[in-house]
Design a binder for this molecule. Structure first.
Ligand SMILES: NC(=O)c1ccc[n+]([C@@H]2O[C@H](COP(=O)([O-])OP(=O)(O)OC[C@H]3O[C@@H](n4cnc5c(N)ncnc54)[C@H](O)[C@@H]3O)[C@@H](O)[C@H]2O)c1
Length: 512
């Protein structure tokens, strides 16, 4: 987020969030029960744990507590559980690592006690989500999937097989073929879907779109996106076979991937990675089999507003340069240029920079209109960010979610703020109520009970995930690629097509 000094209060975006004369109209598009958010104590005391609701599309369900399941209970799964547990029942938690599973269950209890909420129901704990579905399917309303990327598709498909509403972490899958299949299956199942990209729940992304459409920066002509990721080992990595920790079921962790002995790895400089020197936890991200590199990890956040602002178009061509890769690992840095066709806006390039190159952050050039001391400081500080460059100004966001965008130069931002207050800049994009901003899991659950469509439902988030993963086709083939969306095919580099679908699935993992 932009570091705004105290003496310049006029630069604070939150001062003019939701002008009161318009916000009620737009919020009304997202029906929800306000009593659900009145405070955990009040709402929980009034509702004992209910039996299974078995709801589809929220019929007769307003205000009910859903029976939800958390697959991938620790790591991000922990905060995804916390996002809903005060309002809904978590009836099962699934994690392949028993130690992390128990820890996650305890943390959930702690969250209730720290929130002054009644103690939660006791969930059943499982290591294998297939067994959980076999035993508990009848009791479940919805499933949250927060496992490593390679198991999103599998867990979500098992949930859909049982006709459960699903909320899946980003990126929805790490292969485009799986994204397409997931979208089709979820549509046929008619369930409520959402992706866990919190940026889409915030107001900032919508303001940026409105500003651009209403001429705040003149004509939009270029977009620059960047991140300091990877902050985990990538680049060509050497495996070292070691004993598997007893708390981890490695076979289940690998899931549909071909089985191989448990291994660790060292960083090229021999140092230990801060979080993990094995795939589990967290450091699976740099492996094409299990993750999707820096682009796949951050793209569904950082490319989200771009995808929305440009009208969800697909690039005509993507150019690539990157650090070394092999057939297993993503590079330590990459630079992509998405060539976007004209649509609502003129044809333009969207560039993506990630990682460290030659020992320094691989960032784009500082955007035009950011020449003041304050602007330079904001740009230099932004480890991830985005810049929408127009003929008369730049909309800049110094973090991944486009939560608090600002306009440069300063006087243009001051005028923007005045125009918003005066209603000259209109709210044309829907907003979520404050209680749901930053919480895609609760937003999803609320849509199940009270109706409405989550903002990152699969009709939006599947094409967004595909937009992101297209860049990986260019990185993996090391060639400029052109994409035929209708036929799901790279037209100019036949070799790139091998990266569209997962090579194989071990038996027993893909639901029939
Ligand atoms: N929206 C966000 O801001 C955000 C932030 C972080 C991570 N994520 C996403 O969340 C997902 C998880 O990331 P993480 O950093 O928590 O990873 P992690 O490896 O730290 O944690 C994943 C958890 O899932 C468990 N797990 C692994 N395979 C499983 C399986 N087959 N069944 C059940 N449990 C399994 C692991 O034991 C672990 O506890 C990723 O897709 C990541 O992109 C999203």
């Amino acid at each position: 987020m932009l570091d705004v000094p105290k003496q310049r209060p006029e630069l604070r975006t939150r001062d003019f969030i939701q002008p009161s004369n318009q916000s009620h109209i737009l919020m009304a598009q997202f029906p929800y029960s306000r009593r659900r958010f009145l405070g955990a104590g009040a709402s929980l005391a009034a509702s004992a744990f209910t039996g299974p609701n078995l709801l589809l599309r929220g019929q007769n369900a307003a205000g009910k507590r859903l029976n939800l399941v958390q697959i991938g209970a620790n790591g991000k799964g922990q905060s995804d559980t916390q996002a809903v547990t005060l309002n809904h029942n978590i009836i099962a938690m699934v994690d392949v690592d028993t130690k992390r599973l128990e820890e996650a269950a305890k943390k959930r209890e702690k969250h209730h006690s720290e929130s002054n909420a009644p103690a939660p129901n006791v969930p059943k704990l499982y290591q294998d989500f297939r067994k959980m579905f076999d035993e508990m399917s009848n009791e479940i309303d919805g499933v949250i999937v927060s496992t490593p990327d390679h198991t999103h598709y599998l867990a979500a498909m098992w949930a859909l097989k049982h006709k459960k509403h699903i909320c899946v972490q980003k990126p929805l899958c790490n292969y485009i073929g799986e994204v397409r299949d997931l979208h089709k299956t979820a549509t046929e199942a008619g369930v409520v879907t959402n992706m866990g990209n919190q940026g889409r729940t915030y107001e900032g992304q919508r303001m940026a779109k409105e500003w651009i459409e209403q001429g705040v920066i003149g004509t939009l002509k270029e977009i620059r996106l960047w991140t300091n990721r990877p902050i985990w080992p990538q680049g060509p990595i050497t495996k070292k076979i070691v004993e598997c920790p007893t708390n981890l079921d490695w076979d289940l962790w690998m899931s549909s991937e071909p089985m191989e002995p448990y291994f660790e790895f060292d960083l090229p400089d021999g140092k230990k990675n801060k979080r993990s020197n094995s795939l589990h936890p967290f450091a699976w991200r740099g492996w094409w089999q299990f993750g999707s590199g820096a682009l796949g990890d951050m793209g569904c956040h950082i490319m989200d507003s771009t995808f929305s602002i440009l009208g969800q178009l697909i690039p005509e061509k993507i150019d690539v340069t990157s650090g070394p890769i092999n057939d297993k690992n993503a590079p330590m840095w990459s630079h992509l240029v998405y060539h976007m066709p004209a649509g609502q806006h003129q044809a333009m390039t969207v560039s993506w920079h990630d990682g460290m190159k030659d020992g320094v952050p691989n960032k784009p050039e500082r955007p035009p209109f950011m020449d003041s001391e304050l602007a330079i400081k904001a740009f230099d500080k932004a480890t991830s960010g985005m810049a929408f460059i127009g003929t008369e100004g730049t909309i800049f966001e110094g973090e991944a979610y486009c939560q608090s965008p600002v306009v440069w130069p300063e006087d243009r931002y001051t005028q923007t703020r005045i125009d918003m207050k005066a209603g000259k800049i209109k709210q044309t994009e829907p907003r979520l109520p404050k209680e749901l901003q930053g919480n895609p899991q609760l937003h999803w659950a609320t849509c199940i009970t009270d109706g409405g469509k989550p903002m990152s439902n699969f009709d939006y988030s599947c094409p967004l995930t595909e937009f992101v993963l297209l860049g990986n086709l260019a990185i993996r083939s090391q060639e400029s690629i052109s994409w035929d969306r209708d036929n799901m095919k790279v037209t100019n580099v036949p070799a790139a097509n091998q990266f569209i679908t997962r090579p194989s699935y071990r038996e027993g993992w893909k639901p029939a």
